[in-house]
Design a protein. Structure first.
Length: 279
């Protein structure tokens, strides 16, 4: 039985840190799940990491459902949360509920959406139909990125107070957790101590109840963007390129394939074949 929303809520009560990995495909999600990661997040960052977009804006619901389905087939132990992409929930509450339902049908246990108090009514409506919601404040790639770019959030008293109030309102609206992206570590710690639900840090310091990284960042597989907060545990891209160059050389030199890599027919059948074709 995989982890549930209640399991994640209990982890904060028990003062256990929560591990979250963003993953988009069956192969890597299987490895993440097998490693005991608490939460698998199917992020709309798939648009950049998997599809090559410049940002998350072009990502569609159909694409998010496809990635969610792939990860859901892989997971056996982790909670699975999927992002609602840009303009899949902002235009109307009806859109938000319908599209949240699509992600649940695709295999998610919960959905994540961006926005502070302005999204409280929408969140309440989604929660009221029985779909758990993870909030997301601080840097919001779908909105603040368009107007501000990559900027740390909560650096002044006023902006910090807004974030704290947003977190409180999201908790009141019914979210089971809040992602804090690029929030100053002092403010993230205050928020984590203020709300009773888990906070998940994305570059927001050790005071959060959990931490999330994109698996490709963690493994050193994605070089286009290298966020300060993304710790690399491997530099797999170098090993992959090195292996591919060796493969190319082996093909060109005839070293690959060797006898152990191919299949053979019996000498008797080969003789019959040669006689048949006259060779």
């Amino acid at each position: 039985m995989h982890k549930t929303v209640q399991d994640i809520l209990n982890m904060k009560k028990e003062k256990k840190k929560i591990s979250v990995i963003t993953s988009y495909d069956y192969t890597l999600a299987s490895l993440c799940d097998n490693s005991g990661i608490d939460v698998l997040l199917v992020g709309d960052s798939a648009g950049m990491v998997m599809l090559g977009y410049e940002n998350t804006i072009p990502v569609t619901m159909d694409q998010m459902c496809m990635f969610t389905e792939a990860v859901s087939r892989a997971r056996k132990n982790s909670l699975l949360v999927s992002d609602l992409p840009f303009m899949s929930y902002q235009a109307s509450i009806e859109d938000a509920i319908n599209n949240s339902g699509r992600l649940i049908k695709a295999g998610a246990d919960a959905v994540k959406l961006e926005g502070g108090s302005v999204m409280a009514e929408t969140i309440s409506a989604i929660v009221d139909v029985g779909i758990p919601v993870m909030g997301h404040i601080g840097l919001q790639p779908q909105t603040t990125m368009l107007s501000q770019g990559y900027k740390v959030q909560g650096k002044t008293k006023d902006t910090a107070m807004r974030l704290i109030e947003d977190a409180k309102e999201l908790e009141e609206a019914g979210v089971f957790s809040i992602a804090l992206e690029m929030v100053t570590h002092e403010v993230a710690k205050i928020i984590s101590e203020t709300v009773s639900i888990p906070t998940i840090g994305i570059g927001s310091g050790v005071g959060c109840d959990g931490q999330v990284l994109v698996v490709q960042d963690l493994l050193g597989m994605y070089d286009k963007i290298k966020p300060k907060f993304a710790k690399r545990y491997m530099n797999l891209s170098e090993d992959i390129v090195k292996s591919l160059k060796i493969f190319k050389k082996d093909v060109e030199s005839g070293v690959f394939p060797a006898a152990e890599h191919w299949f053979s027919m019996s000498e008797e059948e080969l003789k019959k074949l040669r006689e048949q074709i006259g060779s």
